[in-house]
Design a protein around this ligand. Structure first.
Ligand code: DGT
Ligand code: CA
Ligand code: CA
Ligand code: ZN
Length: 573
Protein backbone atom coordinates (compact mmCIF):
# COMPACT_ATOMS: atom_id res chain seq x y z
CA UNK A 1 0.00 0.00 0.00
CA UNK A 2 1.26 3.45 -0.91
CA UNK A 3 -1.11 5.26 1.48
CA UNK A 4 1.62 6.22 3.94
CA UNK A 5 4.20 7.44 1.47
CA UNK A 6 1.66 9.67 -0.22
CA UNK A 7 0.41 10.93 3.14
CA UNK A 8 3.98 11.89 4.04
CA UNK A 9 4.44 13.86 0.83
CA UNK A 10 1.18 15.74 1.33
CA UNK A 11 2.22 16.55 4.90
CA UNK A 12 5.60 17.73 3.62
CA UNK A 13 3.89 20.04 1.13
CA UNK A 14 1.82 21.53 3.95
CA UNK A 15 4.95 22.03 6.02
CA UNK A 16 6.81 23.68 3.15
CA UNK A 17 3.93 26.06 2.53
CA UNK A 18 3.96 26.97 6.20
CA UNK A 19 7.71 27.46 6.26
CA UNK A 20 7.17 29.92 3.43
CA UNK A 21 4.66 31.76 5.53
CA UNK A 22 1.47 30.51 4.03
CA UNK A 23 -1.47 29.77 6.31
CA UNK A 24 -5.09 29.16 5.57
CA UNK A 25 -7.12 26.72 3.59
CA UNK A 26 -4.46 25.38 1.21
CA UNK A 27 -2.25 24.26 4.07
CA UNK A 28 -5.23 22.85 5.89
CA UNK A 29 -6.37 20.93 2.81
CA UNK A 30 -3.01 19.19 2.35
CA UNK A 31 -2.74 18.42 6.03
CA UNK A 32 -6.26 17.06 6.26
CA UNK A 33 -5.70 14.89 3.19
CA UNK A 34 -2.46 13.57 4.68
CA UNK A 35 -4.21 12.60 7.88
CA UNK A 36 -7.14 10.98 6.10
CA UNK A 37 -4.80 8.98 3.88
CA UNK A 38 -2.67 7.76 6.74
CA UNK A 39 -5.70 6.55 8.63
CA UNK A 40 -7.31 4.99 5.60
CA UNK A 41 -7.48 1.22 5.85
CA UNK A 42 -8.36 0.69 2.19
CA UNK A 43 -5.60 0.67 -0.42
CA UNK A 44 -5.43 4.01 -2.20
CA UNK A 45 -4.35 2.31 -5.42
CA UNK A 46 -7.41 0.15 -5.31
CA UNK A 47 -9.62 3.18 -4.76
CA UNK A 48 -8.00 4.93 -7.68
CA UNK A 49 -8.58 1.97 -9.94
CA UNK A 50 -12.23 2.09 -9.00
CA UNK A 51 -12.29 5.85 -9.58
CA UNK A 52 -13.30 6.43 -5.98
CA UNK A 53 -10.53 8.76 -4.78
CA UNK A 54 -12.80 11.75 -4.54
CA UNK A 55 -15.31 9.80 -2.55
CA UNK A 56 -12.83 9.76 0.35
CA UNK A 57 -13.95 12.47 2.76
CA UNK A 58 -11.28 15.19 2.85
CA UNK A 59 -9.87 14.49 -0.62
CA UNK A 60 -10.94 17.00 -3.25
CA UNK A 61 -10.28 17.15 -6.99
CA UNK A 62 -6.92 18.92 -6.70
CA UNK A 63 -5.43 16.48 -4.25
CA UNK A 64 -6.96 13.47 -6.00
CA UNK A 65 -5.03 14.57 -9.09
CA UNK A 66 -1.81 14.69 -7.11
CA UNK A 67 -2.42 11.21 -5.76
CA UNK A 68 -2.96 9.96 -9.30
CA UNK A 69 0.21 11.72 -10.39
CA UNK A 70 2.15 9.86 -7.71
CA UNK A 71 0.61 6.51 -8.55
CA UNK A 72 1.47 7.03 -12.22
CA UNK A 73 4.92 8.64 -12.00
CA UNK A 74 6.23 7.98 -8.47
CA UNK A 75 6.42 11.67 -7.62
CA UNK A 76 4.45 14.85 -7.12
CA UNK A 77 5.84 17.91 -8.91
CA UNK A 78 4.19 20.26 -6.46
CA UNK A 79 6.54 18.97 -3.78
CA UNK A 80 9.65 20.07 -5.66
CA UNK A 81 8.01 23.39 -6.44
CA UNK A 82 7.16 24.28 -2.87
CA UNK A 83 10.32 22.97 -1.22
CA UNK A 84 12.58 24.89 -3.60
CA UNK A 85 14.69 27.39 -1.69
CA UNK A 86 14.05 25.82 1.72
CA UNK A 87 17.17 24.45 3.39
CA UNK A 88 16.51 20.70 3.94
CA UNK A 89 17.99 21.04 7.42
CA UNK A 90 15.03 23.21 8.36
CA UNK A 91 12.71 20.30 7.67
CA UNK A 92 14.78 18.18 9.99
CA UNK A 93 13.92 20.61 12.78
CA UNK A 94 10.27 19.65 12.33
CA UNK A 95 11.12 16.26 13.83
CA UNK A 96 11.79 17.95 17.15
CA UNK A 97 8.72 17.68 19.38
CA UNK A 98 7.53 21.19 20.17
CA UNK A 99 8.88 22.72 16.95
CA UNK A 100 6.22 23.70 14.44
CA UNK A 101 6.75 25.40 11.08
CA UNK A 102 5.73 28.77 12.50
CA UNK A 103 8.39 28.63 15.17
CA UNK A 104 11.00 27.53 12.68
CA UNK A 105 10.11 30.33 10.31
CA UNK A 106 10.29 32.84 13.14
CA UNK A 107 13.69 31.61 14.33
CA UNK A 108 14.99 31.35 10.79
CA UNK A 109 13.98 34.88 9.87
CA UNK A 110 14.74 36.66 13.12
CA UNK A 111 17.82 34.78 14.32
CA UNK A 112 19.14 33.11 11.15
CA UNK A 113 18.56 29.63 12.55
CA UNK A 114 19.34 27.15 9.75
CA UNK A 115 19.97 23.89 11.55
CA UNK A 116 20.04 22.08 14.88
CA UNK A 117 23.33 23.63 15.90
CA UNK A 118 21.99 27.17 15.40
CA UNK A 119 18.79 26.25 17.18
CA UNK A 120 20.55 25.00 20.30
CA UNK A 121 22.60 28.16 20.39
CA UNK A 122 19.68 30.59 20.31
CA UNK A 123 17.74 28.52 22.84
CA UNK A 124 20.56 28.43 25.36
CA UNK A 125 21.99 31.92 24.94
CA UNK A 126 18.61 33.45 25.76
CA UNK A 127 18.03 35.17 22.42
CA UNK A 128 15.12 32.95 21.37
CA UNK A 129 13.16 33.60 24.56
CA UNK A 130 12.83 37.30 23.71
CA UNK A 131 11.06 36.77 20.41
CA UNK A 132 7.31 37.43 20.27
CA UNK A 133 5.32 34.34 21.19
CA UNK A 134 8.36 32.41 22.50
CA UNK A 135 9.04 32.86 26.22
CA UNK A 136 10.94 30.71 28.71
CA UNK A 137 8.37 27.94 28.91
CA UNK A 138 8.34 27.37 25.18
CA UNK A 139 12.14 27.46 25.04
CA UNK A 140 12.40 24.83 27.74
CA UNK A 141 9.82 22.66 25.94
CA UNK A 142 11.85 22.82 22.75
CA UNK A 143 15.04 21.95 24.65
CA UNK A 144 13.27 18.92 26.04
CA UNK A 145 12.09 18.12 22.51
CA UNK A 146 15.67 18.21 21.26
CA UNK A 147 16.72 15.78 23.93
CA UNK A 148 13.90 13.44 22.89
CA UNK A 149 14.85 13.74 19.23
CA UNK A 150 18.46 12.99 20.04
CA UNK A 151 17.55 9.79 21.88
CA UNK A 152 15.43 8.64 19.01
CA UNK A 153 16.62 5.53 17.27
CA UNK A 154 18.31 4.25 20.40
CA UNK A 155 17.09 1.12 22.12
CA UNK A 156 14.83 1.47 25.15
CA UNK A 157 15.66 0.48 28.70
CA UNK A 158 13.20 -1.97 30.23
CA UNK A 159 11.46 0.66 32.34
CA UNK A 160 10.57 2.76 29.31
CA UNK A 161 9.59 -0.26 27.22
CA UNK A 162 7.28 -1.74 29.88
CA UNK A 163 5.71 1.64 30.56
CA UNK A 164 5.07 2.33 26.88
CA UNK A 165 3.69 -1.16 26.15
CA UNK A 166 1.49 -1.20 29.22
CA UNK A 167 0.15 2.30 28.60
CA UNK A 168 -0.81 1.45 25.05
CA UNK A 169 -2.40 -1.83 26.04
CA UNK A 170 -4.37 -0.14 28.82
CA UNK A 171 -5.55 2.48 26.30
CA UNK A 172 -6.62 -0.15 23.78
CA UNK A 173 -8.27 -2.45 26.29
CA UNK A 174 -11.75 -0.98 26.06
CA UNK A 175 -11.93 -1.06 22.25
CA UNK A 176 -15.15 -2.60 21.03
CA UNK A 177 -14.71 -6.22 20.01
CA UNK A 178 -11.23 -6.68 21.50
CA UNK A 179 -10.72 -10.24 22.70
CA UNK A 180 -7.02 -10.49 23.52
CA UNK A 181 -4.10 -8.12 23.64
CA UNK A 182 -0.54 -8.61 24.81
CA UNK A 183 3.02 -7.60 24.01
CA UNK A 184 5.51 -9.95 22.34
CA UNK A 185 9.05 -9.41 21.00
CA UNK A 186 12.17 -8.71 22.99
CA UNK A 187 10.15 -7.03 25.74
CA UNK A 188 8.31 -10.25 26.49
CA UNK A 189 11.65 -12.03 26.58
CA UNK A 190 12.88 -9.42 29.05
CA UNK A 191 15.91 -8.49 27.00
CA UNK A 192 17.91 -5.75 28.69
CA UNK A 193 17.17 -3.25 25.93
CA UNK A 194 14.23 -3.20 23.54
CA UNK A 195 14.27 -1.97 19.94
CA UNK A 196 10.58 -1.62 19.29
CA UNK A 197 7.36 -2.75 20.95
CA UNK A 198 5.40 -5.57 19.32
CA UNK A 199 1.74 -5.82 20.25
CA UNK A 200 -0.46 -8.72 19.29
CA UNK A 201 -4.24 -8.77 19.48
CA UNK A 202 -7.37 -10.70 18.61
CA UNK A 203 -10.36 -8.54 17.76
CA UNK A 204 -13.80 -8.95 16.26
CA UNK A 205 -13.40 -5.63 14.45
CA UNK A 206 -9.75 -5.37 13.47
CA UNK A 207 -10.24 -2.07 11.66
CA UNK A 208 -11.66 -0.40 14.74
CA UNK A 209 -8.64 -1.59 16.71
CA UNK A 210 -6.21 -0.28 14.09
CA UNK A 211 -7.99 3.05 14.14
CA UNK A 212 -7.84 3.25 17.92
CA UNK A 213 -4.15 2.31 17.87
CA UNK A 214 -3.04 4.95 15.40
CA UNK A 215 -4.99 7.56 17.35
CA UNK A 216 -2.98 6.94 20.52
CA UNK A 217 -2.42 10.30 22.18
CA UNK A 218 1.35 10.33 21.82
CA UNK A 219 1.44 9.21 18.20
CA UNK A 220 3.95 11.33 16.34
CA UNK A 221 3.76 9.56 13.00
CA UNK A 222 1.76 6.75 11.46
CA UNK A 223 4.18 4.50 9.60
CA UNK A 224 1.55 2.16 8.25
CA UNK A 225 -2.06 1.28 8.84
CA UNK A 226 -3.61 -1.72 7.15
CA UNK A 227 -6.59 -3.95 7.80
CA UNK A 228 -4.87 -6.15 10.42
CA UNK A 229 -1.57 -4.43 11.11
CA UNK A 230 -0.18 -1.01 11.81
CA UNK A 231 2.97 0.69 12.98
CA UNK A 232 3.32 4.05 14.69
CA UNK A 233 6.02 6.26 16.09
CA UNK A 234 5.26 7.46 19.58
CA UNK A 235 6.81 10.21 21.68
CA UNK A 236 7.79 9.06 25.17
CA UNK A 237 9.68 10.91 27.88
CA UNK A 238 12.90 9.54 26.45
CA UNK A 239 12.65 9.51 22.68
CA UNK A 240 10.53 8.65 19.70
CA UNK A 241 9.81 4.91 19.58
CA UNK A 242 8.19 2.48 17.21
CA UNK A 243 5.22 0.33 18.16
CA UNK A 244 3.97 -2.46 15.87
CA UNK A 245 0.48 -3.90 16.07
CA UNK A 246 -0.64 -7.21 14.58
CA UNK A 247 -4.18 -8.51 14.75
CA UNK A 248 -4.69 -12.23 14.23
CA UNK A 249 -7.46 -14.81 14.28
CA UNK A 250 -8.27 -16.34 17.63
CA UNK A 251 -7.14 -19.84 16.63
CA UNK A 252 -3.79 -18.45 15.43
CA UNK A 253 -3.05 -16.43 18.52
CA UNK A 254 -0.65 -18.91 20.15
CA UNK A 255 1.30 -19.48 16.95
CA UNK A 256 1.52 -15.75 16.29
CA UNK A 257 2.54 -15.02 19.88
CA UNK A 258 5.22 -17.69 19.65
CA UNK A 259 6.45 -16.30 16.33
CA UNK A 260 6.48 -12.63 17.35
CA UNK A 261 8.01 -13.29 20.73
CA UNK A 262 11.13 -14.67 19.08
CA UNK A 263 13.93 -14.62 19.43
CA UNK A 264 14.65 -15.09 15.80
CA UNK A 265 17.31 -17.67 16.59
CA UNK A 266 14.98 -19.60 18.90
CA UNK A 267 12.34 -19.58 16.15
CA UNK A 268 14.78 -20.83 13.56
CA UNK A 269 15.84 -23.69 15.83
CA UNK A 270 12.19 -24.54 16.51
CA UNK A 271 11.34 -24.46 12.81
CA UNK A 272 14.24 -26.77 11.96
CA UNK A 273 13.16 -29.18 14.65
CA UNK A 274 9.57 -29.13 13.34
CA UNK A 275 10.75 -29.86 9.80
CA UNK A 276 12.58 -32.96 11.02
CA UNK A 277 9.27 -34.22 12.37
CA UNK A 278 7.51 -33.53 9.09
CA UNK A 279 5.76 -30.50 10.55
CA UNK A 280 5.54 -26.91 9.43
CA UNK A 281 5.40 -24.08 11.93
CA UNK A 282 4.57 -20.48 11.06
CA UNK A 283 2.86 -17.48 12.59
CA UNK A 284 -0.44 -19.13 11.53
CA UNK A 285 -0.07 -22.46 13.25
CA UNK A 286 1.60 -25.85 13.29
CA UNK A 287 0.71 -27.95 10.24
CA UNK A 288 1.07 -31.59 9.19
CA UNK A 289 0.65 -31.59 5.42
CA UNK A 290 -2.19 -29.10 5.03
CA UNK A 291 -3.79 -30.03 8.31
CA UNK A 292 -3.51 -27.57 11.12
CA UNK A 293 -2.69 -29.35 14.37
CA UNK A 294 -2.04 -26.45 16.78
CA UNK A 295 -2.13 -22.68 17.06
CA UNK A 296 -4.56 -21.29 19.55
CA UNK A 297 -2.16 -21.05 22.48
CA UNK A 298 1.57 -21.39 22.98
CA UNK A 299 1.36 -24.46 25.20
CA UNK A 300 -0.39 -26.31 22.39
CA UNK A 301 2.18 -25.08 19.85
CA UNK A 302 5.14 -26.43 21.83
CA UNK A 303 3.20 -29.59 22.64
CA UNK A 304 2.63 -30.28 18.95
CA UNK A 305 6.42 -30.45 18.62
CA UNK A 306 6.67 -32.79 21.58
CA UNK A 307 8.03 -30.11 23.89
CA UNK A 308 6.91 -28.70 27.22
CA UNK A 309 6.12 -24.97 27.33
CA UNK A 310 9.28 -22.87 27.18
CA UNK A 311 9.16 -19.57 29.10
CA UNK A 312 9.74 -16.48 26.88
CA UNK A 313 12.84 -15.40 28.83
CA UNK A 314 14.56 -18.66 27.88
CA UNK A 315 13.91 -18.35 24.15
CA UNK A 316 17.36 -17.25 23.04
CA UNK A 317 18.66 -20.51 21.58
CA UNK A 318 20.97 -20.95 24.54
CA UNK A 319 20.22 -24.60 25.17
CA UNK A 320 16.55 -24.25 26.10
CA UNK A 321 15.34 -26.56 23.34
CA UNK A 322 17.69 -29.38 24.34
CA UNK A 323 16.73 -28.85 27.98
CA UNK A 324 13.05 -28.95 27.04
CA UNK A 325 13.52 -32.21 25.12
CA UNK A 326 15.30 -33.76 28.06
CA UNK A 327 12.79 -32.49 30.60
CA UNK A 328 15.29 -30.38 32.49
CA UNK A 329 13.94 -26.86 31.99
CA UNK A 330 14.35 -24.74 35.12
CA UNK A 331 11.35 -23.86 37.24
CA UNK A 332 12.00 -20.14 36.91
CA UNK A 333 11.85 -17.73 39.81
CA UNK A 334 8.76 -15.50 39.85
CA UNK A 335 8.26 -12.01 41.19
CA UNK A 336 5.98 -13.23 43.99
CA UNK A 337 8.77 -15.52 45.25
CA UNK A 338 10.65 -12.40 46.38
CA UNK A 339 10.36 -11.75 50.11
CA UNK A 340 12.97 -9.05 50.58
CA UNK A 341 15.04 -6.29 49.02
CA UNK A 342 18.51 -6.27 50.53
CA UNK A 343 20.23 -3.19 49.14
CA UNK A 344 18.34 -0.01 49.93
CA UNK A 345 19.39 3.58 50.51
CA UNK A 346 17.48 6.22 52.49
CA UNK A 347 17.82 9.95 52.97
CA UNK A 348 20.45 9.19 55.60
CA UNK A 349 22.87 8.92 52.65
CA UNK A 350 22.02 9.90 49.07
CA UNK A 351 18.47 8.50 48.95
CA UNK A 352 15.32 10.60 48.90
CA UNK A 353 12.89 8.61 51.08
CA UNK A 354 12.84 8.28 54.85
CA UNK A 355 13.32 4.83 56.37
CA UNK A 356 9.71 4.84 57.61
CA UNK A 357 8.46 5.43 54.06
CA UNK A 358 10.61 2.62 52.72
CA UNK A 359 9.37 0.24 55.41
CA UNK A 360 5.74 1.00 54.73
CA UNK A 361 6.18 0.67 50.94
CA UNK A 362 7.99 -2.66 51.35
CA UNK A 363 5.29 -3.96 53.67
CA UNK A 364 2.74 -3.03 51.02
CA UNK A 365 4.64 -4.96 48.39
CA UNK A 366 4.43 -7.95 50.71
CA UNK A 367 8.06 -8.27 51.80
CA UNK A 368 8.79 -9.63 55.26
CA UNK A 369 12.20 -8.01 55.67
CA UNK A 370 14.64 -5.60 54.03
CA UNK A 371 18.24 -4.52 54.49
CA UNK A 372 19.31 -0.90 54.62
CA UNK A 373 22.71 -0.43 53.05
CA UNK A 374 23.90 3.18 53.00
CA UNK A 375 27.16 4.17 51.42
CA UNK A 376 30.34 4.16 53.49
CA UNK A 377 33.04 6.69 54.41
CA UNK A 378 34.89 7.10 51.12
CA UNK A 379 31.65 7.56 49.19
CA UNK A 380 31.53 11.14 50.46
CA UNK A 381 29.92 12.25 47.20
CA UNK A 382 26.98 9.97 48.01
CA UNK A 383 26.52 11.04 51.62
CA UNK A 384 28.43 8.05 52.95
CA UNK A 385 28.14 7.52 56.69
CA UNK A 386 31.04 7.82 59.10
CA UNK A 387 31.47 4.95 61.54
CA UNK A 388 29.79 6.92 64.31
CA UNK A 389 26.89 7.74 62.03
CA UNK A 390 26.62 4.10 61.05
CA UNK A 391 26.49 3.05 64.72
CA UNK A 392 23.80 5.64 65.44
CA UNK A 393 21.84 4.36 62.44
CA UNK A 394 22.11 0.83 63.84
CA UNK A 395 20.72 2.04 67.18
CA UNK A 396 17.82 3.67 65.36
CA UNK A 397 17.11 0.52 63.37
CA UNK A 398 17.18 -1.57 66.56
CA UNK A 399 14.58 0.76 68.07
CA UNK A 400 12.40 0.65 64.97
CA UNK A 401 12.55 -3.16 64.91
CA UNK A 402 11.37 -3.24 68.54
CA UNK A 403 8.19 -1.51 67.40
CA UNK A 404 7.62 -3.53 64.23
CA UNK A 405 5.78 -6.80 64.14
CA UNK A 406 5.91 -9.23 61.26
CA UNK A 407 8.56 -7.16 59.53
CA UNK A 408 12.27 -6.77 60.14
CA UNK A 409 14.84 -4.22 59.03
CA UNK A 410 18.31 -5.68 58.73
CA UNK A 411 21.30 -3.50 59.47
CA UNK A 412 23.61 -3.31 56.53
CA UNK A 413 26.03 -1.17 54.60
CA UNK A 414 27.26 -0.82 51.06
CA UNK A 415 30.95 -0.66 51.85
CA UNK A 416 33.44 0.73 49.39
CA UNK A 417 36.31 -1.46 48.30
CA UNK A 418 39.30 0.86 48.50
CA UNK A 419 42.08 1.11 45.94
CA UNK A 420 44.13 -1.46 47.82
CA UNK A 421 41.22 -3.85 48.25
CA UNK A 422 40.37 -3.04 51.87
CA UNK A 423 36.98 -2.07 53.22
CA UNK A 424 36.56 1.40 54.63
CA UNK A 425 34.86 0.42 57.90
CA UNK A 426 36.62 -1.28 60.80
CA UNK A 427 35.87 -4.92 61.58
CA UNK A 428 34.29 -3.77 64.82
CA UNK A 429 31.75 -1.65 62.91
CA UNK A 430 31.15 -4.32 60.27
CA UNK A 431 30.67 -6.91 62.98
CA UNK A 432 27.56 -5.16 64.18
CA UNK A 433 25.85 -5.43 60.80
CA UNK A 434 23.51 -8.18 59.65
CA UNK A 435 24.44 -7.77 55.99
CA UNK A 436 27.65 -6.41 54.50
CA UNK A 437 27.59 -5.53 50.81
CA UNK A 438 30.91 -4.59 49.24
CA UNK A 439 31.25 -2.73 45.98
CA UNK A 440 33.65 -0.87 43.73
CA UNK A 441 32.97 2.83 43.26
CA UNK A 442 36.50 3.99 42.49
CA UNK A 443 39.50 2.79 40.51
CA UNK A 444 37.51 1.05 37.75
CA UNK A 445 40.68 -0.01 35.95
CA UNK A 446 42.91 -0.69 38.91
CA UNK A 447 43.30 -4.37 39.74
CA UNK A 448 39.56 -4.73 40.16
CA UNK A 449 39.57 -8.55 40.02
CA UNK A 450 42.12 -8.74 42.80
CA UNK A 451 40.34 -6.14 44.92
CA UNK A 452 36.93 -7.81 44.57
CA UNK A 453 38.42 -11.20 45.40
CA UNK A 454 40.11 -9.68 48.42
CA UNK A 455 36.72 -8.33 49.53
CA UNK A 456 35.15 -11.75 48.95
CA UNK A 457 37.78 -13.29 51.21
CA UNK A 458 37.11 -10.72 53.93
CA UNK A 459 35.44 -12.67 56.74
CA UNK A 460 32.68 -10.09 57.26
CA UNK A 461 31.51 -9.60 53.67
CA UNK A 462 28.34 -11.32 52.41
CA UNK A 463 27.44 -9.81 49.04
CA UNK A 464 29.29 -8.17 46.15
CA UNK A 465 27.06 -5.48 44.59
CA UNK A 466 26.92 -4.79 40.83
CA UNK A 467 30.03 -6.92 40.15
CA UNK A 468 30.74 -5.73 36.60
CA UNK A 469 30.06 -2.02 37.05
CA UNK A 470 28.62 -1.61 33.59
CA UNK A 471 25.89 0.88 32.71
CA UNK A 472 23.98 -0.41 29.71
CA UNK A 473 24.86 1.54 26.56
CA UNK A 474 26.58 4.15 28.71
CA UNK A 475 29.66 2.70 30.38
CA UNK A 476 31.53 -0.54 29.76
CA UNK A 477 32.18 -1.42 33.40
CA UNK A 478 35.30 -2.22 35.38
CA UNK A 479 38.27 -3.97 33.93
CA UNK A 480 37.42 -7.19 35.71
CA UNK A 481 37.69 -10.93 35.13
CA UNK A 482 34.22 -12.10 36.10
CA UNK A 483 35.15 -15.78 35.67
CA UNK A 484 37.66 -15.32 38.48
CA UNK A 485 35.21 -13.36 40.63
CA UNK A 486 32.63 -16.14 40.25
CA UNK A 487 35.20 -18.79 41.05
CA UNK A 488 36.27 -16.88 44.13
CA UNK A 489 32.65 -16.33 45.24
CA UNK A 490 32.04 -20.07 44.82
CA UNK A 491 35.09 -20.95 46.90
CA UNK A 492 34.17 -18.60 49.72
CA UNK A 493 30.40 -19.09 49.44
CA UNK A 494 29.78 -15.39 48.91
CA UNK A 495 26.73 -13.98 47.15
CA UNK A 496 26.78 -12.01 43.91
CA UNK A 497 24.18 -9.37 43.18
CA UNK A 498 21.88 -8.86 40.23
CA UNK A 499 21.41 -5.14 40.59
CA UNK A 500 17.87 -4.49 39.32
CA UNK A 501 18.33 -0.86 38.29
CA UNK A 502 17.32 -0.90 34.61
CA UNK A 503 20.52 0.82 33.52
CA UNK A 504 22.68 -1.69 35.40
CA UNK A 505 21.14 -5.18 35.36
CA UNK A 506 24.46 -6.30 36.77
CA UNK A 507 25.25 -9.20 36.81
CA UNK A 508 23.54 -9.60 33.46
CA UNK A 509 21.69 -12.72 32.30
CA UNK A 510 24.79 -14.45 30.90
CA UNK A 511 27.01 -13.92 33.93
CA UNK A 512 24.29 -14.64 36.45
CA UNK A 513 23.74 -17.97 34.71
CA UNK A 514 27.45 -18.74 34.88
CA UNK A 515 27.41 -17.86 38.58
CA UNK A 516 24.56 -20.28 39.18
CA UNK A 517 26.35 -22.98 37.24
CA UNK A 518 29.39 -22.45 39.44
CA UNK A 519 27.20 -22.97 42.51
CA UNK A 520 27.06 -19.31 43.56
CA UNK A 521 23.91 -17.90 45.16
CA UNK A 522 22.56 -14.60 43.86
CA UNK A 523 20.78 -11.66 45.42
CA UNK A 524 18.35 -9.50 43.41
CA UNK A 525 18.38 -5.99 44.82
CA UNK A 526 16.92 -2.73 43.56
CA UNK A 527 19.59 -0.46 45.09
CA UNK A 528 16.60 1.87 45.48
CA UNK A 529 17.31 5.46 46.42
CA UNK A 530 13.62 6.18 46.95
CA UNK A 531 10.26 4.47 47.30
CA UNK A 532 9.53 4.75 43.58
CA UNK A 533 12.61 2.68 42.73
CA UNK A 534 11.36 -0.37 44.64
CA UNK A 535 9.43 -1.39 41.49
CA UNK A 536 12.69 -2.07 39.70
CA UNK A 537 12.62 -5.52 41.30
CA UNK A 538 10.69 -6.75 38.25
CA UNK A 539 13.65 -5.96 35.97
CA UNK A 540 15.97 -7.87 38.28
CA UNK A 541 13.64 -10.85 38.37
CA UNK A 542 13.22 -10.91 34.60
CA UNK A 543 17.02 -10.83 34.25
CA UNK A 544 17.26 -13.70 36.74
CA UNK A 545 14.75 -15.65 34.67
CA UNK A 546 16.85 -15.07 31.57
CA UNK A 547 19.73 -16.47 33.62
CA UNK A 548 17.71 -19.67 34.24
CA UNK A 549 17.53 -18.96 37.98
CA UNK A 550 15.10 -20.75 40.26
CA UNK A 551 13.77 -19.70 43.61
CA UNK A 552 16.47 -21.69 45.37
CA UNK A 553 19.24 -19.73 43.64
CA UNK A 554 18.16 -16.36 45.01
CA UNK A 555 18.56 -15.32 48.64
CA UNK A 556 15.73 -12.80 48.44
CA UNK A 557 13.36 -15.78 48.37
CA UNK A 558 14.50 -17.02 51.79
CA UNK A 559 12.42 -16.42 54.90
CA UNK A 560 13.97 -14.09 57.44
CA UNK A 561 15.20 -16.97 59.58
CA UNK A 562 16.64 -18.86 56.64
CA UNK A 563 18.44 -15.71 55.51
CA UNK A 564 19.84 -14.92 58.96
CA UNK A 565 21.11 -18.48 59.25
CA UNK A 566 22.81 -18.25 55.85
CA UNK A 567 24.40 -14.90 56.69
CA UNK A 568 25.77 -16.32 59.94
CA UNK A 569 27.15 -19.36 58.16
CA UNK A 570 28.93 -17.14 55.67
CA UNK A 571 30.59 -15.23 58.50
CA UNK A 572 31.81 -18.47 60.03
CA UNK A 573 33.00 -19.90 56.77
P1 DGT B 1 14.04 -5.73 19.12
O1 DGT B 1 12.73 -5.12 18.76
O2 DGT B 1 15.14 -5.34 18.22
O3 DGT B 1 14.41 -5.49 20.56
O4 DGT B 1 13.94 -7.32 18.98
P2 DGT B 1 12.68 -8.26 18.71
O5 DGT B 1 13.10 -9.63 19.10
O6 DGT B 1 11.46 -7.73 19.37
O7 DGT B 1 12.58 -8.23 17.14
P3 DGT B 1 11.50 -7.60 16.14
O8 DGT B 1 10.70 -6.53 16.76
O9 DGT B 1 12.26 -7.27 14.91
O10 DGT B 1 10.57 -8.84 15.78
C1 DGT B 1 9.75 -9.44 16.76
C2 DGT B 1 9.83 -10.92 16.66
O11 DGT B 1 9.29 -11.36 15.40
C3 DGT B 1 11.23 -11.49 16.67
O12 DGT B 1 11.73 -11.66 17.98
C4 DGT B 1 11.02 -12.81 15.99
C5 DGT B 1 9.97 -12.51 14.98
N1 DGT B 1 10.61 -12.28 13.68
C6 DGT B 1 10.79 -11.09 13.07
N2 DGT B 1 11.40 -11.26 11.89
C7 DGT B 1 11.63 -12.58 11.75
C8 DGT B 1 12.23 -13.40 10.75
O13 DGT B 1 12.68 -12.92 9.73
N3 DGT B 1 12.27 -14.74 10.98
C9 DGT B 1 11.77 -15.29 12.13
N4 DGT B 1 11.84 -16.60 12.32
N5 DGT B 1 11.22 -14.56 13.07
C10 DGT B 1 11.14 -13.23 12.90
CA1 CA C 1 10.57 -5.66 18.99
CA1 CA D 1 8.91 -5.09 15.65
ZN1 ZN E 1 23.84 1.10 46.32
Amino acid sequence: MKNQEIARILERIAEALELKGETGFRVLAYRKAARVLSELTEDVEELNRENRLESIPGIGTGIAKKIQEYLATGKIKKLEEVTKGIDPELFALLNIPGMGPKTIKLLHEQLQVNNLHDLKKVLTDGSAAHLPGMGKKKVSNILKGIEIAEHTGQRMYLNEAFELAENIIRYMEDTDGLKKITFAGSLRRGKETVGDIDILAVAKKPEALVKKFINYKDTQQILSAGATRAAIRVITNYGIRQVDLRIVEENEFGAALQYFTGSKSHNIAIRTMAQKQGLKISEYGVFREEKRIAGKDEVEVYQALGLPYIEPELREDRGEIEAAKEGRLPDLIQIHDIRSDLHLHTNASDGVSRLEEIISACKNIGYSHIAIAEHSISAGYAGGLSEEELMRRCDEIDKINDKLSGFRVLKGAEVDITLNGDLDYSDRALGRLDVVIASIHQGFNREVTKRICQAIEHPLVHIIAHPSGRLIDKRPGYTVDLEKVIECAANFRRILEINAFYERLDLNDIWARKAKEAGVLLAINTDAHGVADLDWMRYGVITARRAWLEKADVINCLTLNQLLKLLREIKQY
